[in-house]
Design a protein around this ligand. Structure first.
Ligand SMILES: C[C@H](O)[C@H](O)[C@H]1CNC2=NC(N)=NC(=O)C2=N1
Length: 98
């Protein structure tokens, strides 16, 4: 079972991520702007595959070509290492698409 990260641990983990993630021990979020709607949906599709592989799923808000991801471990009520791993994988996919 993954533990909810405390503020210090979370700050360290966020600093190590490629993307501009923000948040607190409740949840972390980042946005990404893709060239267009089709590209944004393609990114969501790739992230869906990874989320299934990890058995860990982000909340995703889609507005035209801007995506907002929110990661938290629902079962633990906060941000755990599983969210950091998911965030890292989301960053990789966005990095490859932009
Ligand atoms: C059984 C399975 O591990 C759980 O239901 C998973 C699925 N995906 C999940 N995703 C997220 N973000 N939090 C969870 O607690 C969670 N639980």
């Amino acid at each position: 079972m993954a533990k909810v990260l405390d503020t210090d641990a979370l700050r360290g983990e966020l600093a190590g991520l490629e993307g501009d993630w923000a948040g607190d021990s409740t949840a972390i979020t980042r946005t990404a702007e893709l060239p267009g709607f089709v590209e944004a949906i393609a990114v969501v599709d790739r992230i869906a595959v990874v989320a299934e592989e990890l058995d860990h799923h982000p909340d995703i808000d889609i507005r035209w070509r801007t995506l907002t991801f929110r990661c938290a471990t629902h079962s633990e009520g906060g941000v755990t290492e599983r969210d950091i791993e998911l965030a890292r994988r989301i960053d990789e996919i966005i990095g490859a698409a932009t």
